[in-house]
Design a protein around this ligand. Structure first.
Ligand SMILES: Nc1ncnc2c1ncn2[C@@H]1O[C@H](COP(=O)(O)OP(=O)(O)O)[C@@H](O)[C@H]1O
Ligand SMILES: [Mg+2]
Length: 305
């Protein structure tokens, strides 16, 4: 690494630390006692299963899971690597078909059998993935990433100035300066900045459901807290349902309204975080919790993973 690169990296870290310090602290668990079962159903599943066949090996990645996700609810799906979280996410997003079971969307059986119906479904559900670098087309500049969102949400006919104002607003929601981003390519941003740009996209698209698959696991600790903060702010402002996929049970405890614990493709336990994490019944949940030293103590956001 050259000296100027190191200096630049140090400056970037200092700026991130200053920003993290100046943030208002997040109010976790604000909805902890809210009864979401009275809210309209967004996404539900019965017996949802996905089997993979590779050569002679058969893997049941997701094994007859049932779930009910309601409007405005923040749901965490917690499990170790290989438990089936990403496979389930892909089925929820309509990127992979279940081999068995039913998924309902807005209270009706989900129909994504044609390209047009799929496109309509994707207006309602959007995702942020683990690796921000894989989410962008590297040949598209950042303003075109945001312009695409404006077009996707049906605002193609707005004036140039109106589109510019929307993009500026979306960037400022995630503390990015639009003026500094235009004409840049996604690979010119840091991992944390890329995930923020993903959140700016969600801010513009305002989907009913946001699925975030380990969105903070590939970025530095400092940016992680900021990203979580922004996701929670987005949920509070738009009332969207957030499905948060993580291996971190401590983090799930602090941010979720409901948790589903996943082991070998099955949900072994689910419910309110206080019940699941403070009075766990499944041996798997107990084991995950035993890895978190102090689940009841105030959470230090700078260490979340
Ligand atoms: N396309 C695939 N083909 C075959 N096996 C797969 C495929 N995708 C996932 N799997 C297997 O399914 C299981 C669950 O994987 P995954 O859903 O990625 O879990 P997680 O996201 O919790 O780490 C693993 O055993 C994985 O090897
Ligand atoms: Mg995964």
């Amino acid at each position: 690494m050259k000296t100027e690169e190191i200096n630049e990296a140090i400056q970037e870290t200092d700026a991130a630390i200053q920003e993290a310090d100046s943030r208002e602290s997040v109010t976790f668990g604000a909805n902890r006692n809210k009864d979401f079962s009275k809210e309209p159903m967004c996404l539900s599943g019965r017996g949802v299963t996905r089997v993979f066949h590779t050569g002679k090996i058969t893997t049941v990645a997701v094994d007859h899971v049932d779930f009910d996700f309601h409007r405005g609810e923040l749901i965490s799906i917690v499990g170790e690597s290989g438990s089936g979280k990403t496979t389930l996410s892909k089925m929820l997003l309509g990127l992979l078909d279940p081999t068995e079971g039913e998924i309902s969307y807005m209270g009706k059986p989900r129909d994504i059998s044609t390209r047009a119906k799929k496109k309509e479904y994707w207006q309602g559900i959007q995702a942020i993935f683990q690796d921000p670098f894989s989410s962008y087309n590297v040949f598209h500049k950042i303003d075109s990433v945001l312009l695409d969102c404006i077009n996707m949400r049906g605002d193609k006919n707005l004036s140039k100035e109106e589109k510019h104002a929307l993009m500026t607003e979306a960037c400022s929601f995630v503390n990015l300066k639009f003026a500094e981003l235009t004409n840049k390519y996604p690979f010119e941003l840091s991992g944390g900045q890329m995930q923020r740009l993903m959140i700016a996209r969600i801010f513009l698209l305002k989907p009913t459901i946001l699925l975030a698959d380990e969105p903070t696991s590939m970025i530095d600790a400092c940016s992680r807290a900021t990203i979580l903060d922004m996701l929670l702010k987005l949920r509070d402002e738009t009332g969207m349902t957030v499905i948060f996929i993580t291996h971190d049970i401590g983090l799930a405890y602090y941010i979720s309204d409901s948790v589903y614990i996943m082991e070998h493709g099955k949900f072994v336990e689910s419910g309110k975080p206080d019940k699941v994490m403070l009075e766990p019944e499944a041996p798997y949940t107990k084991r995950l919790i035993s890895d978190v030293p102090k689940i009841h103590e105030p959470w230090d956001l700078s260490t979340v993973g």
